[in-house]
Design a protein around this ligand. Structure first.
Ligand SMILES: [Zn+2]
Length: 175
């Protein structure tokens, strides 16, 4: 962002609240680009001891991850996660527990992760968003070393399954 979305003037560096920010130099306007992270809801989708990993449109063919989606205006993250599971894989999810929050700096996201269960292994993918999906048994899944992989690791740990984190794209992995 180089120009102010309020007044259209050029933004410049300004030291504010302990960091250099891009801000509008028009004092009347006062716009600051705080670059606050975007909340993203993520689901460890479980059924019969297996976890569903999905491949988003545009991902390399070795990448499989958790179901994720942006939290919409007026929505709680646990509502977002149920909506995303319904939209992306066509299943009715039931939230079982909150796993944790994870900073994903590379994409400037704050990941809010839940464990959800679904009633059946038979998913119905929204092909506009999800290219492929696979169920992986809980004791074989390998969490990625970034993003929602950390949520998956913590969820496994709570089940007594201690896992090393793996590089993105490794077999059975998922963030
Ligand atoms: Zn401005």
């Amino acid at each position: 962002m180089n120009f102010c979305p309020n007044c259209g003037k050029r933004l410049g560096a300004l030291f504010l609240s302990g960091k250099e920010r891009m801000a509008c130099h028009d004092i009347q306007c006062g716009f600051v680009n705080w670059t606050n992270p975007i909340p993203v809801a993520a689901a460890v989708v479980e059924c019969s001891g297996s976890v569903l990993l999905v491949q988003n449109v545009g991902w390399p063919s070795t990448w499989y991850g958790l179901v994720t989606g942006f939290v919409e205006s007026g929505e709680m993250p646990e509502e977002a996660v149920v909506r995303e599971v319904k939209e992306e894989i066509g299943l009715d999810a039931e939230v079982q527990s909150f796993i944790g929050m994870y900073e994903f700096h590379r994409k400037n996201e704050l990941i809010i992760a839940y464990h959800v269960t679904v009633p059946t292994l038979e998913y119905n993918l929204d092909k506009n968003e999800i290219v492929d999906a696979k169920w992986i048994e809980m004791d074989r899944v390998e969490p990625w070393n970034a993003g929602t992989g950390l949520a998956l690791r913590d969820w496994l740990k709570n089940r007594g399954l201690s896992r090393n984190l793996v590089e993105i794209g490794t077999a059975n992995s998922g963030v």
